[in-house]
Design a protein around this ligand. Structure first.
Ligand code: ZN
Length: 181
């Protein structure tokens, strides 16, 4: 069965202590688990990085809520797990996203279908924002989706718990550990 690991927004601005919009410690604490998930993808699988990517000079709904982050061409917009990705046998592709959901105007759904992906594993930050919006769209697109519960994190513990419950009880997705991959 062809699997895809969809890693949402695991970029410097959301993870590093000095990131522009950092989740902080909770995001840093899942680093090893995400590296484990990456290492368990085979050459027949696929890893997709869905990275936030903004032009802060253009109109955008996030501008009234958040400071500038994930600006195109900056280190803040780059993946935190570059080293692990260099070692993986799985093909890696990056999708630049401009909304919370990795599926929003990125062509991701068609790309996954044409690649023959049969199951999607979701990881990244924040559990209750971009991972949640991506999970809802994966559900609407009909993908067989599993959440890697030890590979998602939020700055907001209550939001994290809400989202985990939503994945299970409303979307019907299994929540498993990276050790089960
Ligand atoms: Zn953003």
């Amino acid at each position: 069965m062809k699997r895809a690991l969809l890693l949402v927004d695991y970029i410097h601005d959301f993870v590093d202590d000095d990131g522009a919009l950092t989740v902080g410690k909770p995001a840093q604490e899942i680093h090893e688990n995400i590296e484990r998930a990456i290492s368990r993808m085979s050459k027949d699988d696929l890893i997709v990085l869905a990275n936030d990517s903004h032009d802060w000079d253009a109109p955008h709904p996030e501008k009234k809520l958040f400071p500038p982050h994930a600006l195109v061409g900056t280190r803040g917009a780059e993946t935190v797990v570059a080293e692990a990705l260099e070692k993986t046998a799985a093909p890696v592709m990056t999708v630049s996203k401009m909304r919370y959901s990795a599926f929003c105007r990125t062509g991701l759904a068609d790309m996954l279908r044409s690649a023959g992906v049969e199951r999607l594993y979701l990881a990244g930050v924040c559990t209750d924002i971009c991972v949640l919006h991506t999970a809802v769209e994966a559900y609407n697109e009909g993908f067989d989706t599993v959440i890697l519960g030890d590979c998602v994190a939020s700055f907001n513990p209550a939001g994290h718990e809400f989202a985990i419950a939503h994945f299970k009880n409303v979307l019907g997705f299994d929540v498993i550990s990276s050790t089960q991959l």
